[in-house]
Design a protein around this ligand. Structure first.
Ligand SMILES: Nc1ncnc2c1ncn2[C@@H]1O[C@H](COP(=O)(O)OP(=O)(O)OP(=O)(O)O)[C@@H](O)[C@H]1O
Ligand SMILES: [Mg+2]
Length: 270
């Protein structure tokens, strides 16, 4: 793989809030090239979000330890200072989580929230320039009337619109990597597909790499060139998505692939 953007090596994450430490990510290796799209799949509790949080530098807690290496453009993130992480979060790495209502501030207008990363990372920008950039980001995520959305509060938008707003906030500084942890799970099937197509477009237009975490294998198949299958904190299989779907080598992956409803499979072939 040329031009590696993100390299996770031998990542181990343990919780210490019980008598015996609990290992939730185990000897995990991941590589993602610039502009690539990597999926992480696995059942609930397999360690997908813990991995995403570690890459995003959001795992600083007293009840857990993380070991190994997370290299982003060659810079070590796992043990980086808070200052280094703050420079990268929202700037070089954008993050979108599953439930936008918990990430959006209910009493702030959308425009103000979308501009947050600009206030942190582009302090030289004036108010008007920030507003223009926010409107541009809102239209990049295909919100029909960015001017209107800019002045709304989160509760005035639909779930799909809120998730687009979250993506606009995450991409406003044009990050090299977008981490999307179950970004479509709370949405209906039609909106899920629209969001995946939107991510695909942003990936192509901006050469923005994506780490896409989902338990929805048919979406992963549409979007991701490569996939990592996780189970109980460990990687059980990795490779080109199409190959893994056609010819899963490990029993666990086979079970996951066989569990995709037949209708979904038909939809994929269309
Ligand atoms: N504070 C904690 N103490 C101990 N274990 C925890 C704690 N928080 C999370 N875990 C465990 O870490 C494991 C991995 O969780 P993680 O959130 O990464 O799973 P996931 O693959 O994202 O699942 P889902 O698909 O449900 O989002 C789970 O078994 C979970 O129980
Ligand atoms: Mg999760």
């Amino acid at each position: 793989m040329d031009n590696i953007l993100l390299k996770v090596e031998n990542l181990n994450i343990e919780f210490h809030d019980h008598d015996a430490p609990e290992r939730v990510v185990n000897h995990l290796d991941i590589a993602l090239e610039q502009g690539g799209i990597l999926g992480i799949v696995g059942e609930s509790g397999s360690g997908k979000s813990m991995t995403a949080m570690a890459v995003a530098g959001l795992l600083r807690r007293h009840d857990m330890t993380a070991e190994g290496e997370i290299l982003f453009e060659g810079k070590e993130l796992l043990h980086a200072s808070r200052k280094t992480l703050r420079q990268i979060q929202g700037n070089d790495i954008g993050i979108v989580f599953q439930e936008p209502m918990t990430s959006l501030n209910p009493v702030r207008r959308i425009g103000w929230q979308v501009e947050e990363s600009l206030r942190i990372h582009r302090p030289e920008m004036g108010k008007e320039e920030r507003r223009q950039r926010a409107l541009e980001a809102l239209s990049q995520v295909e919100l029909v009337n960015p001017q209107l959305v800019y002045h709304k509060y989160p509760h005035e938008l639909s779930g799909g619109m809120r998730q687009r707003v979250m993506i606009a906030s995450a991409i406003i500084c044009e990050p090299k990597l977008l981490i999307a942890d179950e970004p479509t799970t709370a949405l209906d099937v039609t909106i899920q597909l629209q969001i995946v197509k939107l991510l695909q477009r942003l990936n192509k237009e901006k050469n923005m790499a994506i780490l896409f975490i989902s338990h929805d294998l048919s979406l992963v198949r549409r979007l991701c060139e490569r996939v990592v299958v996780m189970h109980d904190g460990s990687m059980v299989e990795t490779g080109r998505t199409e190959e893994i779907f056609r010819n899963p080598k490990e029993g666990y992956t086979r079970e996951l692939v066989e569990a995709i409803p037949k209708l979904e499979k038909l939809k994929d072939i269309e």
